[in-house]
Design a protein around this ligand. Structure first.
Ligand code: DP6
Length: 324
């Protein structure tokens, strides 16, 4: 191979039942299954060009040349794909996101979903969605869920072959919105890869993991029946369980900031007054306020009025990874 290129576009996703902790950190076999939906309005577009005239891999993210850990992580992922075809040609990776600047939402899910599809196709490989998802999982666990469209479940599985994500409902199945309240634009201090490793040091993690099948079932049912109250109860419990684990890991990690808690409290109060909304917080201080789409304007206005909220991004359930 001398020169071949492909471009793919992917969306990040918000986990309703979250991935936290691996059984195998190397190949990212998760401790528990998870459920998410893709966020249509946020995108990562990645072009991969295998070019035999390059001395080594080059990675540009939002027009800034990358080195060190980010470049190594991308190169390692490309090595998996080069290994499938048995070549070692370096690549130029050019990635653009429409959400990183000033949001604090650096999404490895969208990044590795787009990188996987673009690299696989640039390498001339045809692959079913299941295998793309397994491969994306190796780059970043949550990236497995950004491969299929809409509402997605990532099956825990017991080995590499069984741990992949599949769509459980198309994006149009339920008109939800995710109003993301940004309270801090800075990248988080403890990244999720490190957090996954710390999870096993928390005495709460095993209880969280054992209870996951029950939460997954309740979440699947709530989605199937479009039952917002049922969804809200399980989503908030699952988010709180993740943070209970991070706060009781060794060392303890506190992702919340004061404004995070203010928003969480406000959201539960709004729900009591009849607004269909609930909160979910990932490994950072920003709050995903998931609501019925019809409530997204009132939710956005209320969020903007809370001190400490810098901006609110409104997203809807979105499609899977695509070649462009
Ligand atoms: C809190 O997929 O970002 O967002 O596999 O190390 O890249 P790596 O971790 P990542 O972890 C996501 C953690 C989470 C919950 C979730 O999305 O399920």
């Amino acid at each position: 191979m001398t020169f071949s290129t492909a471009t793919a576009i992917a969306h990040p996703n918000i986990a309703l039942i979250k991935y936290w902790g691996n059984r195998d950190d190397e190949i990212r076999l998760p401790q528990n299954g998870s459920i998410s939906f893709n966020l249509e309005e946020l995108t990562t577009r990645t072009m991969v060009t295998f070019d035999s005239s390059l001395p080594r891999d080059i990675f540009d993210l939002n027009s800034t040349r990358q080195s060190g850990a980010p470049l190594e992580r991308v190169s390692r992922h490309l090595n998996l794909i080069r290994g499938i075809r048995g070549f070692s040609t370096p690549a130029h990776i050019m990635s653009e996101t429409n959400f990183s600047a000033g949001t604090g939402l650096a999404s490895s899910a969208a990044a590795f979903a787009a990188l996987t599809l673009a690299a696989v196709r640039a390498a001339g490989i045809e692959m079913p969605e299941k295998d793309l998802s397994r491969l994306a999982r190796r780059g970043s666990g949550s990236a497995a869920r950004s491969i299929p469209a809409g509402f997605v479940e990532w099956y825990r599985g017991t080995n590499d072959n069984e741990s992949f994500a599949a769509s459980i409902a198309p994006p149009e199945h339920w008109h939800l919105a995710d109003c993301i309240a940004i309270v801090d634009e800075k990248p988080k201090v403890t990244g999720s890869s490190e957090g996954h490793q710390l999870a096993r040091t928390s005495p709460i993690q095993s209880a969280r993991v054992i209870d996951t099948e029950r939460r997954l079932e309740l979440c699947r049912l709530a989605i199937e029946e479009r039952d917002f109250d049922a969804l809200a109860a399980i989503v908030e419990l699952d988010s709180n369980l993740l943070h209970a684990v991070t706060m009781t890991s060794n060392p303890a990690v506190f992702y919340w900031q004061p404004a995070t808690l203010d928003i969480m409290r406000a959201v539960t109060t709004w729900r009591k007054t009849g607004i269909p909304c609930c909160f979910s917080v990932d490994a950072g201080p920003n709050v995903h306020v998931i609501c019925e789409s019809s409530a997204s304007e009132v939710v956005t206005a209320k969020l903007n009025a809370i001190p400490g909220v810098h901006t609110v991004l409104k997203c809807h359930p979105g499609g899977g990874v695509q070649l462009i």
